[in-house]
Design a protein around this ligand. Structure first.
Ligand SMILES: [Zn+2]
Length: 109
């Protein structure tokens, strides 16, 4: 008799689990509607290039007498200290300016 109750208990637990699974399955199937496409994504940086106006190191306005030429591009700075930071990792600063849509001047010759 005790054994029968024990088995009944197992059957009930398994049954509840099965119902739980069934519910979650139906829930996922009902919510799997076609997702609405998000149109609020800003288009990738296109032809909106701006000339450099800020020091890539400090972000302050550039002094056109202070610059470094890097791989054919002229990079302006605000002071004499920033080119040192730039030259430590020029690729990083140029990549940052590119992501901001800054078009660097061509270094003459
Ligand atoms: Zn500076």
């Amino acid at each position: 008799m005790k054994r029968a109750l024990y088995l009944l208990g197992i059957v009930m637990v398994v049954g509840i689990m099965a119902i739980g699974c069934g519910k979650s399955d139906s829930a996922t199937t009902t919510t799997s509607e076609a997702p609405t496409p998000e149109v609020s994504v800003t288009p990738p940086a296109g032809p909106t290039l701006v000339s450099q106006s800020a020091c890539p190191v400090s972000g302050t306005p550039i002094d056109k007498t202070k610059f470094r030429d890097h791989e054919g591009q002229r990079v302006y700075f605000c002071c004499d200290n920033c080119p040192k930071a730039f030259e430590a990792d020029p690729a990083k600063f140029i990549a940052e300016m590119k992501t901001e849509g800054i078009e660097l001047e061509k270094a003459p010759g």
